[in-house]
Ligand binder design. Structure first.
Ligand code: SRM
Ligand code: SF4
Length: 541
């Protein structure tokens, strides 16, 4: 299928007309039960309207901010934290995980000047969450961010989250198509280039988009509401489209094929169309059942496709039979040659995704000194420095930051992913990050691993740490032991990412955390070829 230049233009015009138009919002009020508290808050005043009020909120001080405005602040990425009263988490948008060294220095400067903990976390959506910031400083923080084109808009609540993409786009010698400009186009269409887009900021619920042009599905298409997978049809490279992926407390359902192939120039417009159809028809009565997959359940994929096609205004091509997901997924840690001769990218492992202000400045310096002034975050909560000359590697390896963020980490730490957990998260049932790190260190001391094992932790059933993607997934809860309530986890096994991706399944429920080490040890030996260190020494002696 080919589309003409004038068709392309009309599609793009349509995309931007929607993003400019507040009057285009047609949220279906009829039938929406106002017992849904967030719908009620949105009906009183749109979430995004809070953007105009930040100076007043800063002057008011955190204790005077109303409950409704606390929720609305999430529309511009500011999250009040019950566990750290007066100190917020601020979530950015980092499309495709790509940041410049100047942007890193601004983030580092904000943390150094305003945060009590001076830290940020790399998220499972290649994004940045800064910690410990005060609403009283919101104006200056926003100005500093915007001075380097960093935006927080629409990063929480009923919005499209950070658009994830291949972290090795434009570098990977085997990639099918470089998606960097597409990630940016999608982000810009949704957020009106960071200025905020009322038309797409009142969805029934959160929404996730992923697009990759590599052969390993590096941004997990299967768990996104829209996932674009590279494909070829009639000699043209484009994407097959998956829809409705969701992981939450109610369900873990992989995305379904929409039976649709789109060309790169149609990608942003298709996203906008799907979002409009979801906005106007998605269920809003119960927040637990409002994600896109519930609309698809209700309509069936065939009707959903028909409605999208109608709204898109031109026929949708059927899916290609030639998709490119040929490889198992890599974590991109370590040194990898780029398609540009003489250059490589180096992936550095960040334990539990946590970085402190002085390290942020160091990251920026290394990116400038050895690379092209850019870093890229991965969905495994680590980062890579692209465009490093092969001959610089020896010196780079000696840099102090590489002694903390290793290009060759221990195999168990390497595969560790953890959500925020009880230290900061409002919804957490158990602490995750420190516990995950401690348990991994202990297991690493006791066991030898022939290959990395991916262990993903989530502090509650919301699955932010993507436990269903892990070789082993852990989901926090509580259980009773001798009449006392204790921290526990459900254990999932068998998640696979990349080629033939599948979600992990429940192996054991309500396992007390204090019993975890021996249980994980047996699983690692039985299923992942781990060997007691003492035995390994004997075997190799
Ligand atoms: Fe998440 C809510 C953290 C990725 C499913 N998530 C939250 C909140 C906002 C709850 C809260 O207010 O405290 C957490 C903020 C804690 C904090 O202070 O950091 C939170 N989610 C995270 C992050 C930071 C985990 C991480 O350590 O990396 C990730 C931020 C991504 C980003 O940059 O935007 C994060 N969350 C995810 C993912 C994984 C993904 O997107 O690939 C999921 C599962 C995928 C999905 O959405 O289908 C996920 N988070 C949820 C849910 C369940 C949504 C639902 O349909 O019910 C909630 C609860 C909610 O929205 O009501 C939630
Ligand atoms: Fe918080 Fe639960 Fe998400 Fe972890 S999985 S960040 S505990 S909401």
């Amino acid at each position: 299928m080919r589309i003409t230049a004038s068709e392309q233009l009309s599609v793009m015009k349509r995309t931007f007309r929607m993003t400019d138009s507040l009057s285009a919002v047609k949220r279906k009020q009829t039938g929406v039960s106002m017992s849904n508290p967030i719908e009620k808050i949105k009906a009183e005043k749109p979430g995004l309207a809070i953007k105009q009020e930040i100076a007043q909120l800063a002057a008011l001080g955190w204790e005077a901010v109303s409950k409704g405005d606390q929720e609305r602040l999430k529309w511009i990425g500011w999250f009040f934290r019950r566990r750290t009263p007066g100190r917020c988490m601020v979530r950015l948008r980092v499309p495709g995980g790509i940041l410049t060294s100047d942007q890193l220095r601004v983030i580092g400067g904000i943390l150094a000047d305003f945060s009590d903990v001076q830290q940020f976390d790399i998220t499972t959506r290649q994004n940045v969450e800064m910690r410990g910031l005060r609403i009283e400083d919101i104006v200056e923080i926003t100005e500093r961010l915007e001075s380097v084109s960093l935006f927080t808009v629409q990063s929480g609540m009923d919005n499209v989250r950070n658009v994830v993409g291949s972290p090795v786009a434009g570098l990977d010698p085997n990639e099918v198509i470089d998606v960097r400009h597409l990630v940016q186009q999608i982000n810009d269409a949704i957020t009106n280039s960071g200025k905020g887009n009322f038309a797409l900021s009142d969805l029934p619920r959160k929404f996730n988009i992923s697009i990759t042009g590599d052969r390993e599905n590096s941004a997990h298409a299967e768990i996104n509401d829209i996932g674009f997978i590279p494909a070829e049809k009639d000699g043209q490279i484009g994407f097959n489209v998956l829809v409705g992926g969701v992981l939450n407390s109610q369900r873990a359902t992989p995305a379904l094929p929409l039976d649709c192939f789109v060309l790169p120039e149609q990608v942003a417009a298709l996203c906008v169309t799907i979002l409009e159809v979801y906005r106007d028809n998605g269920p809003r009565e119960a927040r637990q059942k409002a994600r896109l997959m519930y609309l698809i359940d209700d309509w069936g994929v065939a009707k959903f496709r028909e409605e999208i096609e109608k709204a898109f205004g031109q026929p949708l091509d059927r899916a290609s039979h030639h998709e490119f997901i040929d490889y198992d997924k890599r974590d991109h840690v370590g040194v990898h040659p780029q398609k540009q001769a003489g250059y490589c990218f180096i992936g550095l492992h960040v334990p539990i995704g946590r970085i402190y202000a002085p390290q942020v400045f160091e990251m920026a310096r290394l990116a400038d000194t050895y690379g092209s002034g850019e870093v890229r975050f991965t969905v495994e909560q680590s980062f890579l420095i692209p465009n490093v000359r092969m001959e610089s590697l020896e010196v780079l390896y000696k840099e102090p930051l590489l002694q903390i963020f290793s290009p060759d980490p221990d195999p168990l730490l390497r595969g560790l992913v953890s959500c925020t957990g009880a230290q900061f998260c409002n919804l957490a049932i158990i602490e995750t990050k420190e516990r995950a790190l401690k348990i991994s260190h202990i297991l690493s001391e006791e066991l030898y691993f022939p290959a990395p094992v991916r262990i993903h932790w989530s502090g509650c059933t919301n699955s932010c740490g993507q436990p269903q993607l892990g070789d082993i997934g852990l989901i926090g809860g509580k259980t009773k032991r001798n009449g006392v309530t204790v921290d526990a986890v459900d254990i999932l096994l068998g998640g696979k990412v990349g080629k033939d991706a599948r979600l992990a399944e429940v192996h054991a429920e309500g396992v007390p955390c204090e019993d975890l080490i021996p249980i994980l040890k047996s699983l690692l030996i039985e299923h992942f070829g781990a060997v007691e260190r003492s035995e390994w020494v004997e075997r190799t002696a």
